[in-house]
Design a protein around this ligand. Structure first.
Ligand SMILES: [Zn+2]
Length: 249
């Protein structure tokens, strides 16, 4: 996720995006739960998945269960990891390399060595300056038959929204199926979010839930930052331990 370089982010042109502070409790899971229970069930078409994640851990939090299920079913799963998340905290030398290792450990749990990882290494917090390079990489890794899994375009973090924009453009250009996963939107976006667009839920087996939970624990730097507020405080974790994952189609 969550590399949240500035404490607050604002993108005024987007109606559902507003300033937020992840250290403060946001919309509770008790609020989301009954609303999400009404969403229709969804499964991606049979075939490969390309998951695009702005920072190491976004893929696991937003779509780790889907990645586990697709990989276990024998479908090719590729992760395009856009940045190394090196700017998540100030003054933490070697954080990018640490997050590389956390990501590799997570993917090993989710895919037992079968998930292909491509790291782009774009600068954390400045993806918007490199959207052409990102678009080339998304095109390269997405045959027309794949399902593209991308961040939500109004997620409230500039990198998440840049990656979403690029993925939506490539999907439209090539006629590729796309699903978008919220991360920060669960924290700060009002539930009326679900009134626009086609939101669906992907059911997770117990095995997928357990493996996703174990994979999330790999991101220790985001969960337990020494002597500072972690990027992923305990109050956001229930969004990512549901028995399903939610996508906007
Ligand atoms: Zn992120």
């Amino acid at each position: 996720m969550p590399t949240l370089p500035p404490m607050l982010t604002t993108v005024p042109s987007l109606p559902t995006t507003r300033s937020f502070d992840p250290a403060v409790c946001g919309i509770s899971e008790e609020t989301w739960s009954p609303l999400l229970a009404r969403l229709p069930e969804w499964r991606p078409k049979k075939g490969s998945l390309l998951v695009v994640a702005p920072h190491p851990d976004d893929e696991t939090l937003g779509a780790g269960g889907l990645m586990q299920a697709a990989s276990a079913a024998g479908y090719p799963v590729t992760l395009l990891s856009v940045t190394r998340g090196e700017a998540a905290y100030r003054m933490w030398p070697g954080l990018g390399a640490l997050r590389d290792r956390e990501l590799q450990a997570s993917l090993k749990i989710l895919g037992n060595g079968r998930i292909a990882l491509h790291s782009l290494g774009l600068p954390d917090g400045r993806v918007s300056q490199h959207e052409n390079a990102l678009a080339r990489a998304v095109r390269f890794h997405s045959p027309a038959t794949t399902t593209l899994i991308a961040p939500y375009e109004f997620d409230g973090h500039p990198d998440h929204e840049s990656v979403a924009r690029v993925c939506l453009d490539v999907a439209a250009e090539r006629g590729i199926a796309i699903g978008r996963y919220p991360i920060w939107a669960w924290h700060h976006t009002q539930p009326k979010l679900l009134q626009a667009g086609r939101w669906v839920r992907f059911h997770l087996s117990l095995r997928a839930q357990l493996q996703k939970a174990e994979a999330i624990r790999c991101f220790a730097s985001q969960l337990h930052a020494p002597a500072r507020e972690p990027i992923l405080p305990a109050h956001v974790l229930p969004y990512f331990h549901r028995g399903h994952e939610v996508f906007l189609l």
